[in-house]
Design a protein around this ligand. Structure first.
Ligand code: ADP
Ligand code: MG
Length: 213
């Protein structure tokens, strides 16, 4: 499938379904090093984002991502709400007018990471969602430069985000609520890095599905 507004809707539908399915898992992850609300926050936000997209019927990827941004900003709450809201807002700005090609996907992911970093001031290694988005962007850029299409770039990004999320386990948190635990944050996955990997995997699946259509 071409990466157009329909793809964006399908992406958020799949992401919402995955987040709903993994809600208790995300709650458990956040209970271990935070306050246990991440699964609930994300489920509420992505459910609302699907509804908002169906209502708004955006005509472009950029418009769709803007609708998602506004919805997440007003429904997710916690630290993750403003972070994901800003990510989708910057991603929307980076998306341009038309459909996304490989370089377009890399630009969108770069926008998302920039937004998260501007908002949360975290760098890699602090055990946050930045540790999933950063390798995702590196992989996306490498794939785009090698000439991959949008779907293949998303595939590379999702795989790198999953590895990045897994690699948060031995880290000590130095940003966000988990940082209050100091050394005791070691040995747990970061919930936001895990939700990031779910979201990027959903984007890749939506692109693959569409390719078969
Ligand atoms: P809260 O911590 O307010 O309860 P959530 O539980 O919804 O919010 O989200 C927690 C996640 O937010 C963390 O797992 C981490 O990935 C992310 N996070 C927290 N602070 C930051 C930050 N400064 N920069 C990037 N990500 C952050
Ligand atoms: Mg929390």
């Amino acid at each position: 499938m071409s990466l157009d507004a329909q793809w964006a809707l399908r992406w958020i539908e799949l992401a919402a379904a995955d987040v709903a399915q993994q809600r208790d898992y995300l709650v458990d992850l956040d209970r271990a090093i935070g306050d246990g609300d991440h699964g609930e926050n994300m489920d509420r936000g992505f459910t609302a984002a699907v509804e908002a997209l169906r209502e708004a019927q955006p005509g472009s990827v950029a418009e769709a991502l803007k609708t998602v941004a506004k919805t997440l900003m007003s429904t997710v709450g916690g630290a993750a709400g403003p972070l994901y809201g800003t990510a989708f807002l910057r991603a929307s700005k980076a998306a341009g007018d038309g459909e996304l090609d490989g370089a377009g996907v890399a630009a969108v992911i770069a926008g998302a990471l920039e937004g998260i970093r501007a908002r949360g001031k975290a760098v890699t290694g602090e055990k946050t969602m930045v540790d999933a988005w950063t390798p995702a962007l590196e992989a996306a850029r490498a794939a785009a430069e090698a000439g991959s299409d949008g779907a293949a770039v998303l595939e590379a990004a999702a795989t790198a985000a999953e590895a990045g999320a897994a690699a948060t386990e031995p880290l000590r948190a130095t940003k966000g609520r988990a940082s209050y635990l100091g050394e005791r944050s070691i040995g747990h996955l970061d919930p936001g890095a895990v939700s990031t990997s779910l979201i990027l995997r959903a984007a890749a699946r939506a692109a693959g599905e569409a390719g078969a259509a």
